[in-house]
Design a protein around this ligand. Structure first.
Ligand SMILES: [Zn+2]
Length: 451
């Protein structure tokens, strides 16, 4: 009875919230959780094949989407949360919104992206059967030093379950989470064995390069992207585990996607993937790893990986009057650098709009912009416009990296400047923080409506 009441009230709140223009993706979960704290656990238990949680700093939305698609194509009815609604309220909202008044859910399995700091709570509540940990990057300068705390919190969440784990072998802090598994045989690793030279990040591991056991600086024999690579502790107490699912070769990689060979369970599989960038390879690997663990037909997984479109906000391509605009979310130094590497390096005079806001959802502190290595960008002689509440600071950062940018008076003005002089058939790149991305999507939508 209490469950029915909680579901009814939560639904009403969602409707009201949507009418007020506030989305309504999280509120029903928060309300339902207050009225009936046991509700999330009961609803999750309704899913016959249980839940999968996906966490990590970068790639949650993309990996969740890939896993959900592979499951759908293998015949499951999948319940998932809206992209970005990855705090406890967002996950519970997905469950509440899918439930009927008797607390029944018409889905066979749940796949939820969960914020790193929320995993502890969500795991304890939902008792997932599978947990995926993609990577741990520091998000912003003000969170420096908190990575070990984040890892410890994720470990606590894992320890509250008897879930099968899928861990990134190339991220030392993530690989070390194996210690929190209920049993050693519940752990699978994914990683990259080999990458072509040109796709390899030449910079040293700056981010997270200490042994999780003794604190000694890890030695890297290969670095693929930021601190992800092949590492070992010089004291011999910790080294990269051998991945069960691994990229062993990359045949082709450009803006339109990647072709690569994955070794999984002793089989070699050829995969095609519509996303570019090393960080996206890890997302595909995570999906293949989970699909292998669930016994999904490799051909089905390969099809899902090939056809899944980029997750909301990560890599989005839109057409405006015959021009192609790439929308690439930036939210931390490693992600920003990777977007620059993947999309801008190697293009002559790329046209770029960088829109930086400092609203709470973006992170108030934008000093992390000064952490991004943007020096290589100046060699492409890009035409850059900056916009958003921190447009001036972004332009100043670029100035010190050797690129002079124009400062737009608004996001809309920024789009106008980006498009002016861009010939039909041309490409331009928009790099927004989270709330700037929402503004840009609205502005582009209005332009299309008006056209
Ligand atoms: Zn060590």
């Amino acid at each position: 009875m209490r469950a029915a009441a909680a579901i009814t009230v939560a639904r009403a709140a969602a409707t009201l919230s949507r009418r007020l223009g506030r989305g309504g993706q999280t509120l029903p979960g928060v309300i339902a959780g207050r009225i009936a704290p046991e509700l999330p656990r009961k609803l999750a238990a309704e899913l016959p094949n249980g839940c999968i949680l996906v966490t990590g700093t970068n790639g949650k939305t993309t990996a969740t989407k890939l896993i959900a698609e592979a499951l759908r194509e293998s015949g499951e009815r999948v319940l998932t949360n809206s992209s970005g609604a990855n705090l406890r309220g967002g996950v519970v909202s997905a469950l509440v919104s899918a439930a009927d008044l008797h607390g029944r859910i018409d889905a066979t399995i749940g796949v939820f992206e969960v914020d790193e700091a929320s995993l502890r709570l969500v795991a304890a509540e939902l008792r997932p059967r599978h947990i995926v940990v993609l990577n741990l990057f520091r998000d912003q300068l003000d969170r420096y030093g908190e990575l070990d705390i984040t890892a410890a919190m994720i470990a606590e969440g894992i320890a509250a379950t008897s879930a099968r784990l899928y861990l990134n072998a190339d991220d030392a802090r993530v690989a070390n989470l194996a210690g929190a598994a209920a049993r050693p045989d519940l752990v699978s690793y994914f990683g990259i064995e080999r990458l072509p030279e040109r796709l390899t990040d030449a910079t040293t591991a700056v981010d997270s390069d200490r042994c999780p056991h003794c604190g000694e600086r890890l030695r890297f024999s290969r670095i693929f992207y930021s601190h992800l690579g092949h590492y070992g502790c010089p004291n011999g107490d910790f080294e990269r585990p051998r991945p069960d699912v691994a990229v062993v070769d990359v045949q082709h990689a450009d803006l339109d996607g990647t072709e690569f060979t994955v070794s999984a369970g002793g089989d070699l599989r050829q995969l095609r993937y519509g996303l570019s960038g090393t960080y996206n390879l890890y997302n595909a690997l995570a999906a293949v790893s989970v699909a292998t663990g669930l016994g999904i037909d490799p051909a089905v997984t390969a099809h899902a990986v090939r056809t899944t479109e980029a997750a909301f906000g990560r890599v989005e391509k839109t057409d405006v009057a015959g021009r192609t605009l790439w929308l690439l979310l930036i939210k931390n130094p490693a992600g920003f650098a990777q977007v620059v590497d993947t999309f801008l390096i190697g293009r002559a005079r790329p046209r770029v709009l960088i829109a930086v806001n400092d609203l709470p959802a973006d992170g108030r502190d934008v000093s992390w912009l000064w952490d991004v290595s943007l020096e290589a960008l100046s060699q492409q002689q890009p035409e850059v416009v900056t916009a958003g509440t921190r447009a001036a600071e972004m332009a100043l950062r670029l100035h010190y990296a050797g690129t002079e940018a124009a400062v737009a008076s608004s996001v809309d003005d920024g789009i106008s400047r980006l498009l002016s002089g861009l010939p039909p058939g041309g490409d331009a790149y928009i790099l927004p923080t989270y709330t700037a991305m929402l503004q840009i999507r609205r502005a582009l939508h209005q332009r299309k409506e008006a056209a």
